[in-house]
Design a protein around this ligand. Structure first.
Ligand code: FAD
Ligand code: UDP
Length: 379
């Protein structure tokens, strides 16, 4: 009765489902959690604050297509994300930018350095820290060392258990040094938060007569893989299957577990209007947690109370209730991923999509675009 079974009701699964349903396909979504939205899920806590259960999610994109598609299901709170790092009793902007020079050097030196950086890289450019570290000029090297020591080294050690040199270059390049006065964390054309939250956006997206959802349903128990056939509830299923969960779990981890980092969130409810000077403060030189998020500052919610979350990172061990959040990208792990991907190839109608199934570091917008592309192919 279904044309397509989608495993996972996160952004990957939800966008694919909606697009297919609009082309008269009948879709079943299997979601193991008791809610939709995947890691974007948000809800109102006991303190009356809209919080993100799986860490702070800020929407940003340069894609008109993504923005237009998602805007069909939500209005937006016009929010421009700024992050501060807490360094030796001071709050400095992240990414490091030309404003930060004036906060750490006296004014004459700051203006010399400003000129040097703009002459060398061009105003408005984005330079990865590891690239800046290669610079021959001594004064630029001094800035690079400052940024490396005070922004990247300890935060990356906490987040990944590795130094910035050890993690894949693309990871630290996500937060460049900005040769401009832009204090924004992102420079995308569109930025914002769903006006009534992500969950409401997902509800609107999934509200279609062609989409059925089964929550608290683990696909591992319902979908079985034969020699070349896929079985759903013990009967052959001839439709398309879009899988957005961890690829190694799909094959009972026969080659071993794909490595991930997991996160632990510690929430605190405060009976005060404000907790910190920005929605997100990164602890780049001190503390065991990586960052503190104060949710109401992301959403513009007005309240006499506030809720914050401290975020701790650790190796994912596959324990119950532990969630694999970040693929650890390196050659060895990508080779292991490819071994699992090979196993999928004999199932013509099985498609891997999303952060977990593709073992990639996708933002919301990138996965939305991939989901729209996959749906087009299936249509
Ligand atoms: P998920 O959201 O993980 O959805 C997969 C779903 O599949 C889950 O609901 C899971 O329960 C379900 N599932 C898995 N296995 C099974 C199974 N066997 N049976 C049934 N269901 C199953 N992106 C941004 O653009 N901006 C941000 O600010 C941002 N912040 C982030 C902060 C953190 C802490 C993290 C970890 C990520 C952040 N991201 C951000 C990335 C964003 O979370 C992802 O791009 C997005 O959630 C990926 O969606 P997905 O559908 O691929 O995966
Ligand atoms: N990073 C850092 N210090 C910071 C912010 C980021 O060292 O203050 C590094 C860290 O390695 C992190 C990476 O840059 O994992 C990418 O940061 P981003 O904020 O994009 O990570 P996200 O939380 O969005 O996955």
């Amino acid at each position: 009765m279904y044309d397509c079974i989608i495993v996972g009701a996160g952004i990957a699964g939800a966008v694919t489902a909606r697009k297919l349903a609009e082309h008269d396909k009948k879709i079943l979504i299997l979601e193991q959690r008791d809610h939709i939205g995947g890691n974007c899920f948000d809800y109102i806590d006991n303190n009356g604050i809209l919080i993100h259960k799986y860490g702070p999610h800020i929407f940003h994109t340069n894609s008109d297509e993504v923005f237009e598609f998602l805007s069909r299901f939500t209005k937006w709170w016009d929010y421009h994300h700024e992050v501060l790092a807490y360094v030796d009793g001071k709050y400095i902007p992240v990414p490091f930018n030309l404003n930060t020079l004036g906060m750490i050097y006296e004014s004459e030196k700051a203006s010399v350095l400003r000129k040097k950086l703009t002459d060398k890289y061009g105003y408005g450019s984005r330079v990865a820290i590891l690239e800046l570290m290669q610079e021959d000029d001594e004064e630029i090297r001094e800035i690079a060392d400052y940024v490396y020591q005070n922004i990247f080294l300890k935060y990356t050690m906490k987040q990944w258990g590795q130094t910035p040199e050890q993690v894949d270059k693309s990871v630290t390049a996500r937060v460049p040094v900005l040769i401009s006065e832009d204090n924004g964390y992102f420079q995308d054309k569109y930025q914002g938060m769903p006006l009534h939250g992500y969950t409401k956006m997902f509800e609107a997206m999934l509200s279609h007569k062609g989409i059925d959802i089964r929550l608290s349903s683990n696909a591992g128990e319902l979908l079985k893989f034969g020699e070349e056939e896929i079985f759903f509830e013990d009967r052959p299923f001839f439709g398309e299957v879009v899988y957005t969960g961890p690829i190694d779990e799909l094959f009972d981890r026969i080659y071993g577990r794909l490595p991930y980092r997991t996160l632990r969130f510690e929430y605190e409810e405060w009976k005060q209007e404000s907790y910190q000077p920005a929605a997100v403060v990164n602890y780049t030189v001190s503390e065991d947690f990586t960052r503190i998020t104060e949710f109401k500052k992301l959403t513009g919610q007005k309240s006499e109370n506030t809720t914050i979350v401290k975020e701790y990172s650790d190796n994912y061990m596959g324990k119950q209730n532990e969630i694999p959040y970040y693929a650890i990208l390196n050659e060895k792990n990508i080779d292991l991923y490819k071994k699992y991907l090979n196993l999928t190839e004999k199932y013509e109608k099985l498609h891997m999509l999303g952060r977990l199934a593709e073992y990639k570091y996708y933002n919301i917008d990138a996965i939305t675009l991939e989901a729209l592309k996959l749906a087009e192919r299936l249509i």
